[in-house]
Design a protein around this ligand. Structure first.
Ligand SMILES: Nc1ncnc2c1ncn2[C@@H]1O[C@H](COP(=O)(O)OP(=O)(O)OP(=O)(O)O)[C@@H](O)[C@H]1O
Ligand SMILES: [Mg+2]
Length: 304
């Protein structure tokens, strides 16, 4: 089917299998305009075609899995840095009290979402800091964030706190990536409600695979009401192809999640620890390392 951007009139071909739903949100590659395509749109075939169009599902990305240590923070940092290297404007949101993402970027004692909710800054933009990397900004976390859970968890509609505030600034960014803690509670629920896409990192370990199915089920529930638009995709992380049990679990994940599994896999790479020690994304620490190349491939898979 051929569609036309409402704003700049660029024509695109849209794959028929993408039009399974009555309508689809898309973004024009040329002018960046976001609009909705209806299945019943007029088919036209006599135009010069520019490009294929992709669903606009990659704008707010939560990186989540309640299993600990599966590379959520590492993925947030390195996927964000890879997208920024591609020229995309990226905001990283550290939504974990551990503040690992904030620490990995070398920030300490910065304003956080706690200050956004308690009036320590004028608005959410007031807490965002620019990192030393082009196109990459950060909404840091701090230990004070722990107080938010107690204060807001019992309040009606607490799960919309992040989504509503992000909406006031997200047009300034091509992608917003949210790092979440290893549990499903205040912070993770806020991230899942704000997201268009949930990236679920998983190592090829038995318990990690179970963590994936648990978060997958929770997203299924959100899709039925609170966040109908959200999609999710599993990302295999820290893969060691020499390990037989990892190979078996990798195959199992492929069979189970098929199209909902990223083609790109992130392999185990010692350079990752080294990049953490110098507080740098892997693409800036060693752009030729295996992990840097794989995170760049992941960014291309997501951003088209
Ligand atoms: N591709 C990789 N190769 C080698 N080590 C990695 C790789 N990715 C992540 N790691 C290491 O794995 C550990 C866990 O990573 P990370 O902190 O990102 O996980 P997490 O899921 O965010 O953990 P938590 O659940 O505690 O938030 C870190 O020490 C990190 O350096
Ligand atoms: Mg983490």
């Amino acid at each position: 089917m051929i569609i036309t951007c409402e704003k700049c009139r660029t024509k695109y071909r849209i794959a028929d299998d993408l039009m399974g739903k009555p309508e689809l949100k898309v973004r024009c590659h040329k002018c960046g305009h976001r609009f909705i395509v209806h299945r019943a749109a007029q088919a036209e075939d006599s135009f010069l075609l520019q490009d294929e169009v992709h669903p606009d599902y990659s704008r707010v990305i939560a990186v989540s899995n309640q299993k600990g240590g599966v590379a959520k923070s590492t993925t947030c940092l390195n996927l964000g840095a890879a997208l920024a290297k591609m020229g995309k404007r990226v905001l990283l949101v550290d939504f974990d009290v551990q503040a690992n993402l904030t620490i990995l970027l070398g920030f300490r004692k910065a304003k956080s979402f706690y200050d956004v909710l308690t009036g320590g800054v004028k608005d959410i933009g007031g807490a965002v800091v620019k990192t030393k990397y082009a196109n990459l900004s950060l909404l840091p976390s701090s230990s004070k964030m722990a107080l938010l859970k107690k204060k807001y968890l019992s309040q009606h509609n607490f799960e919309y706190l992040l989504r509503d505030r992000l909406r006031t600034i997200q047009d300034s960014y091509d992608h917003v990536l949210i790092d979440t803690p290893p549990s499903i509670e205040f912070f993770t629920l806020n991230a899942l409600v704000a997201a268009n896409l949930v990236v679920i990192p998983s190592t090829c370990e038995y318990l990690s695979m179970h963590g994936v199915s648990q978060i997958h089920d929770i997203i299924g529930v959100l899709k039925k009401g609170i966040n109908r638009e959200v999609e999710c995709k599993v990302l295999i992380t820290m893969y060691d192809g020499k390990n037989t049990s990892e190979k078996v679990i990798c195959d199992k994940l492929r069979q189970t999640y098929r199209d909902n599994l990223f083609r790109t896999m992130i392999e185990k790479d010692d350079k990752m620890q080294e990049s953490h020690i110098v507080n740098a994304p892997i693409s800036h620490y060693d752009a030729k390392s295996r992990a840097a190349i794989q995170y760049m491939q992941l960014a291309q898979e997501i951003a088209g």
